[in-house]
Design a protein around this ligand. Structure first.
Ligand code: DX5
Ligand code: ZN
Length: 218
């Protein structure tokens, strides 16, 4: 089944609990962490993730857009994230391997995210240990951007790599997802779709989740 991971970046932070409740049927929650260095923006961090964990049973899917993620990856598992994904561009090979091992040691699922300019083959050295690969279909840093169709061929390449080497690994696409781009991404092999602005702007969010999953007509 197709999973939707609502991006809390598009939620109303003054009513976060209610917004989390409104997207409950998705089963996942996407939590974007930005450090102002890897990306220009600063978003939210550990104390907010801990608070979110207290009010939801959803699979908490943290997306760290920070430099040297090995400094924090383990702390996000301890704070309650189920999946901790970080960027392959954010450190050396040793640093990335160290972050993956920290997440595994603490019982979390490590994920690797790749920016639009990063080739899918760059994930190959790590694929055996990963619980998720995240293909960015926009430049990380902001919600509400337009989907880049170049992501589709990367999804196809990663679907083949995952099926051959680690079928339990999830393939997520992040950025610019709406009903139309969701369909293209699923056809290309994505099984988890992050949705921020499109989902949180919908008057009926449960209906929008069904629509993004391809379960209902427009
Ligand atoms: C962008 C974030 C995304 C973003 C998605 O840097 O990683 O998760 O919130 O938002 P939409 O769905 O509006 O593109
Ligand atoms: Zn994200």
């Amino acid at each position: 089944m197709i999973k939707i991971s609502p991006s809390l970046l598009s939620a109303d932070f003054t009513r976060l609990g209610e917004d989390i409740e409104s997207v409950k049927s998705a089963g996942y929650l996407h939590f974007d962490v930005m450090d102002g260095i890897f990306v220009p923006n600063i978003s939210v961090g550990l104390p907010v993730l801990e608070a979110v964990r207290r009010v939801t049973d959803a699979v908490l899917d943290a997306h760290l857009m920070i430099v040297e993620p090995v400094r924090y990856a383990g702390r996000f598992v301890r704070a309650g994230a189920d999946i901790v994904a970080f960027h392959i561009e954010a450190d050396s090979r040793d640093g990335i391997s160290g972050a993956i091992d920290d997440v595994l040691r603490l019982g979390g699922r490590p994920g690797l995210a790749i920016k639009p300019a990063t080739p899918p083959e760059s994930v190959a050295p790590y694929i055996d240990k990963l619980g998720m690969v995240v293909v960015m279909a926009v430049e990380p840093g902001y919600s509400g951007q337009k989907f880049m169709p170049e992501a589709l061929s990367k999804l196809r390449a990663l679907r083949a790599m995952i099926d051959a080497r680690n079928p339990g690994c999830e393939l997520e696409v992040d950025g610019g997802i709406n009903a139309e781009t969701a369909k293209l991404c699923v056809e290309a092999g994505a099984r988890v779709l992050v949705s921020g602005s499109d989902l949180f702007s919908a008057p009926d969010r449960a209906a929008r989740i069904r629509r993004l999953r391809g379960e209902s007509a427009p």
